[in-house]
Design a protein around this ligand. Sequence first.
Ligand SMILES: *[C@@H]1O[C@H](CO)[C@@H](O)[C@H](O)[C@H]1NC(C)=O
Ligand SMILES: *[C@@H]1O[C@H](CO)[C@@H](O)[C@H](O)[C@H]1NC(C)=O
Ligand SMILES: *[C@@H]1O[C@H](CO)[C@@H](O)[C@H](O)[C@H]1NC(C)=O
Ligand SMILES: *[C@@H]1O[C@H](CO)[C@@H](O)[C@H](O)[C@H]1NC(C)=O
Ligand SMILES: *[C@@H]1O[C@H](CO)[C@@H](O)[C@H](O)[C@H]1NC(C)=O
Ligand SMILES: *[C@@H]1O[C@H](CO)[C@@H](O)[C@H](O)[C@H]1NC(C)=O
Ligand SMILES: *[C@@H]1O[C@H](CO)[C@@H](O)[C@H](O)[C@H]1NC(C)=O
Ligand SMILES: *[C@@H]1O[C@H](CO)[C@@H](O)[C@H](O)[C@H]1NC(C)=O
Ligand SMILES: *[C@@H]1O[C@H](CO)[C@@H](O)[C@H](O)[C@H]1NC(C)=O
Ligand SMILES: *[C@@H]1O[C@H](CO)[C@@H](O)[C@H](O)[C@H]1NC(C)=O
Ligand SMILES: *[C@@H]1O[C@H](CO)[C@@H](O)[C@H](O)[C@H]1NC(C)=O
Ligand SMILES: *[C@@H]1O[C@H](CO)[C@@H](O)[C@H](O)[C@H]1NC(C)=O
Length: 695
Amino acid sequence: MKAVLPYTSFTVAVLLLVLCMAAQAATPDNEVKALREIAEQLKKKDWNFDVDPCTNETSWFTPKLDSRPLYNNSLICNCSNSDGVCHVVELFLGGQDLAGVLPPALVKLPYLKTIDLTRNYLSGNIPSEWGSMQLEYLSICVNNLSGPIPSFLGNITTLGYLSIDNNMFSGTIPHELGKLVNLKNLSLSANNLTGELPVALTKLIKLTEFRISSNNFTGRMTNLFQSWNQLRILEIQASGFEGPIPSSISTLSTLTELRISDLVGEGSNFPNLSSMTGMTKLMLRSCNISGQIPTYISNMRQLQILDLSFNRLEGRIPDLSDLTTLKFMYLTSNFLNGTIPDWIKSRDNRFQIDLSYNNLSEHSAPSCRENLNLFKSFSGRDNSILSECLKYFPCSKDRYFLHINCGGKATTVGNIIYEEDEETAGAAVFVPVRERENWGFSSTGNFRDVTTRNDYVAKNVSALTMKESELYTSARLSPLSITYYARCLANGRYKVKLHFAEIVFRDNRSFYSLGRRIFDVYIQEERVMKDFDIENTARGVDKAVVKNFNAVVNNSVLMIRFYWAGKGTTAASETGAYGPLISAISVESGFIHLNDKMKMTIVVGAVVLVLLLIFMILGILRWKGYLGGRISREKELRRLDLQTGFFTYRQIKAATDNFNVANKIGEGGFGSVYKGLYGTRICIMGYFNLQGRCL
Ligand SMILES: *[C@@H]1O[C@H](CO)[C@@H](O)[C@H](O)[C@H]1NC(C)=O
Ligand SMILES: *[C@@H]1O[C@H](CO)[C@@H](O)[C@H](O)[C@H]1NC(C)=O
Ligand SMILES: *[C@@H]1O[C@H](CO)[C@@H](O)[C@H](O)[C@H]1NC(C)=O
Ligand SMILES: *[C@@H]1O[C@H](CO)[C@@H](O)[C@H](O)[C@H]1NC(C)=O
Ligand SMILES: *[C@@H]1O[C@H](CO)[C@@H](O)[C@H](O)[C@H]1NC(C)=O
Ligand SMILES: *[C@@H]1O[C@H](CO)[C@@H](O)[C@H](O)[C@H]1NC(C)=O
Ligand SMILES: *[C@@H]1O[C@H](CO)[C@@H](O)[C@H](O)[C@H]1NC(C)=O
Ligand SMILES: *[C@@H]1O[C@H](CO)[C@@H](O)[C@H](O)[C@H]1NC(C)=O
Ligand SMILES: *[C@@H]1O[C@H](CO)[C@@H](O)[C@H](O)[C@H]1NC(C)=O
Ligand SMILES: *[C@@H]1O[C@H](CO)[C@@H](O)[C@H](O)[C@H]1NC(C)=O
Ligand SMILES: *[C@@H]1O[C@H](CO)[C@@H](O)[C@H](O)[C@H]1NC(C)=O
Ligand SMILES: *[C@@H]1O[C@H](CO)[C@@H](O)[C@H](O)[C@H]1NC(C)=O
């Protein structure tokens, strides 16, 4: 009896414990069932439904070592609920290449607050079931999703974060999105959105981040900005909008990052950004801005990146010497004049400063230093292409061709040697001629949000099988602009061949296949390709495309520039996988050119030929009788044409024995008439009209 009690109480205790555990641990059946459906819709295979998803984290996923840096596989539950069960509240399924669709069954997880499906291979549209969810965080960026942005997204008023960038959504932004009054972060970049921005977006007064780059919007940016007084990040790169930048932008005093680029059409002066003293990254690139750079930029004491490139700015470079944090400055391609200020000269090479393509005065050129790009920075002289600090090498001879294996080793293809191009490029780098006198390049721009990718070279990831594959195994990559320039070329026409192959993106049904690389190409500052997409043109990755152009060289320099105009994806497959990619360049003269030996041969040949010709002409003239008097009288007489009655002066002269008076038979209306002798025949010949008749 006595022994039974402890036994029984032990059993009860164990039972209680088990019950208690079960009560505490269980994920409700309906949520487990929903997860099964979700797994099916996503095509997710590694959830283990033999265990409870909320309480057995270690066994819920098939243990899988995934080294992909962007991989995330977490299911997060809240088990401290009054009903004593666990609810699924967050799902992070990033970087998994899930190839299904957006799961409508998500709506069956009523406590779900966060869903992150970033970097997968999901396709299709946003399911209408989602309109009744209570989500706070929704990220479906970097997928292959399409269709419109549905208006029912406006029903999820709890949303604080919405990111659908780097997909293929099309159509207009529904004005219902204005209902998302709790929204702080909105990213719609890198889609195919059209139309104008709805005015209803002004109601999103909590916005801190707004990104709509790389789209197909139309019209001008409307005056949305006034009400967004908490906005910190604004990004409108290559969105399709027309300029100018609306003046209401000056109210966004809380901005820390502002990026506007590639506006089309009309420009303006520099917008008033004087209130934005907390700015860290300021980019107004290719916005057709004219006038001077405002001096208040020196009040942006935390400024790290200043990019005002490709505008029409003029006047002097302002004094930004107080900006000790300024790491990158791009004033590339403007009309800035005056001297290079001392504060720039005194910065060391930790500061990357690009002043290329300007109108500065050459006498102010500083001594040479790394990470200060002065390519074509100066007005005036032709050789300003090479700044004073880089020393001007006179050309040793005329050249007629140039072959470069961009980003790679020296390579021989057929009988053509492609020169190596393994110099380190960078944010503000001019790679000068050094030991080779005939070419160099100017590289401008840094990859955004990436600190690791700074080699500016792409290498193939799969074995390449195309013809001349050596040219494509590595390629130059540029985050903004790279100019290859050839010098010492003989003036004349050239054929330019540009070799491209997409060796970064894949076509393997993973998020590595979702990138869209789009860029422009200029030859001699004339745009020869706009919105060029290597993969589209080649109909696949790892396939070569060769583009042929004609160019004219007239000051012995040829420039080929590759420019990223903000289009395409920036985060698919990885951040920093965008911008021009060039595998090889081939430049050949379109005219016959000769080396010295050949020239000598030709000169000698020509002299001989001319002499021969002269002799021949003399011979013929003589034979015709125009030269010398040595043709015999008989010969001349033999050639008399007795039929026509016309004679040459020479023939008459011969027949009349040099107008012997003895042969003169009279004086007529047409001058003297002679008797001529042709063999045995006698001819009467007029001296003046060179006519006659033979009897
Ligand atoms: C988790 O599941 C594994 C395998 O089914 C099991 O061995 C383990 O005891 C479970 N852990 C918990 C805490 O339930
Ligand atoms: C997944 O992402 C969430 C949110 O960013 C983070 O809290 C979590 O640690 C990540 N998990 C893994 C495995 O990276
Ligand atoms: C879990 O849910 C309870 C009740 O809904 C809530 O009070 C609590 O803050 C939640 N915990 C977490 C970590 O979200
Ligand atoms: C969105 O909300 C409206 C009313 O608030 C409702 O009529 C509509 O059915 C909802 N749409 C969806 C898809 O849930
Ligand atoms: C939302 O935007 C703010 C401001 O830019 C930023 O600090 C925050 O990290 C963003 N939130 C998320 C989840 O990315
Ligand atoms: C983008 O949208 C426009 C108009 O909606 C359409 O004509 C075009 O084909 C779309 N582009 C792509 C690449 O889908
Ligand atoms: C944008 O629209 C133009 C003209 O409608 C079209 O040619 C282009 O393909 C569109 N861009 C994208 C990314 O679809
Ligand atoms: C820049 O703006 C001016 C007027 O402000 C206009 O005349 C010019 O055509 C624009 N340039 C471009 C490239 O659109
Ligand atoms: C720029 O805006 C500030 C206020 O944000 C104002 O004080 C200043 O006068 C404006 N400057 C110009 C030139 O309009
Ligand atoms: C610089 O440009 C400004 C405006 O374009 C002009 O007024 C000034 O004379 C120029 N200065 C020099 C040194 O060329
Ligand atoms: C650049 O400078 C040169 C010479 O100083 C001048 O002729 C030219 O007009 C200037 N260009 C611009 C756009 O200011
Ligand atoms: C994305 O999906 C469309 C169909 O919606 C398909 O035609 C296209 O090939 C897919 N894109 C990629 C990169 O697989």
